[in-house]
Design a binder for this molecule. Structure first.
Ligand code: FAD
Length: 323
């Protein structure tokens, strides 16, 4: 028979974030042949619904209201609770993003439900839906099942493969009207940091710099390599603390957690707090002039050398292959 699973579509700058499609794929596993219903919240989002269907959603429910223009936990919780009351799902999946991390505990508490956060894998095994999630800053993994009631989880971006896009798929799109009001937080203005395009937490390739980069200008060769690879630029806290780059680039225990296909660490020693944010990357390349640097212990490929020589050489070689 299967379950009905609601998944939250996340919109940024008028476009769906990839984690929305990954949540649909996760929802399919949790639904065990039931129905996956995607939810879209915003002030003008219904035009995005068909894309969710093409990535596998069986249905889409939208809630549009001017107070959903910018994310607030109050506004989103009101709108989402209205959808949950209408749909009575047996499963709920959000992305483990800044939004998902803020909203999911609030919804879990309103539903008196448990929550499995930051799942990196979901599978059916022995008649159960088994969630894998990292613990102890990624040094170990635990497996969890829900024995009773709602199955509610957030999924780490870039870990669960989305389904193949199929534009011939069809699915019903409906809307419900919710009077989103009494918000305790009003967003007056959103001031964005200027970033170089690729979203760090969803990037397939990350080029990260550490204190070995030595200055703001020292990041330039890394940015050039990132441009050629279509990568996002990240950093260690060492580089952020030294003011070589903005804290929004920090990766690690107290920064962003990334899981790209390729992580290139340049002049980063590999402190445990940094590894907590990137050790699950699929392929790790480390460039460091110290052959004893800890980062080499987890690197798939290590280059012992001066990053200011190695990085431009890599850029030139990749240019020949890719540009
Ligand atoms: P360093 O440790 O100074 O390493 C610099 C490296 O660059 C060295 O290995 C050196 O050999 C190499 N190098 C120098 N010059 C060159 C060159 N020309 N070419 C090649 N290699 C070169 N850190 C994080 O990154 N993220 C976090 O989220 C985080 N959270 C923390 C939370 C707590 C509570 C604490 C206590 C610490 C946290 N840290 C975090 C800090 C962490 O412990 C390290 O201090 C930090 O990661 C070190 O940054 P780094 O590797 O860039 O610098």
């Amino acid at each position: 028979m299967g379950r009905k699973v609601l998944v939250l579509g996340e919109v940024r700058d008028g476009a769906l974030r990839n984690v929305s499609f990954e949540a649909i794929a996760a929802g399919k596993t949790v639904s065990e042949g039931g129905e996956v219903v995607a939810v879209l919240l915003g002030d003008s989002v219904s035009s995005l619904a068909t894309e969710l269907v093409s990535y596998g959603a069986d249905r889409v429910v939208t809630v549009e209201h001017e107070n959903l223009n910018a994310y607030t936990s109050d506004g989103y919780a009101q709108a989402l609770m209205a959808v949950i009351e209408q749909e009575s799902p047996e499963g709920l999946i959000f992305g483990h993003t800044a939004l998902g991390k803020d909203l999911s505990p609030k919804i879990a508490s309103r539903l008196n439900s448990g929550l499995i956060s930051d799942a990196t894998q979901i599978e059916e095994a022995g008649g159960n839906i088994v969630f894998t999630r990292p613990i102890y800053s990624g040094k170990a993994f635990e497996k969890k099942i829900v024995t009773d009631g709602l199955i509610f989880a957030t999924i780490r971006p870039n870990n669960i493969a989305s389904l193949q896009k199929d534009e011939s798929r069809t699915g019903e799109v409906s809307s419900i009207s919710v009077d989103v009001k009494d918000l305790r937080t009003i967003i007056k203005e959103v001031v964005r940091k200027a970033t170089d395009g690729v979203d760090l937490s969803e990037a397939k390739v990350v080029v990260a710099g550490g204190r070995g980069v030595k200055s703001v200008e020292g990041f330039e060769p890394l940015k050039e390599l990132a441009d050629v690879l279509g990568a996002a630029v990240g950093a260690s806290r060492g580089a952020c603390d030294a003011d070589y780059c903005d804290y929004s680039l920090q990766i690690g225990q107290t920064g962003k957690v990334v899981t790209p296909d390729l992580y290139i660490a340049c002049g980063i020693s590999g402190a445990i707090q940094h590894l907590a944010g990137m050790s699950n990357s699929k392929v790790i390349v480390a460039i460091n002039k110290d052959p004893e640097a800890n980062i080499f212990k987890i690197a798939d490929y290590g280059i012992v050398g001066d990053l200011f020589e190695v990085v431009p050489m890599l850029t030139e070689e990749f240019k020949k292959l890719l540009v």
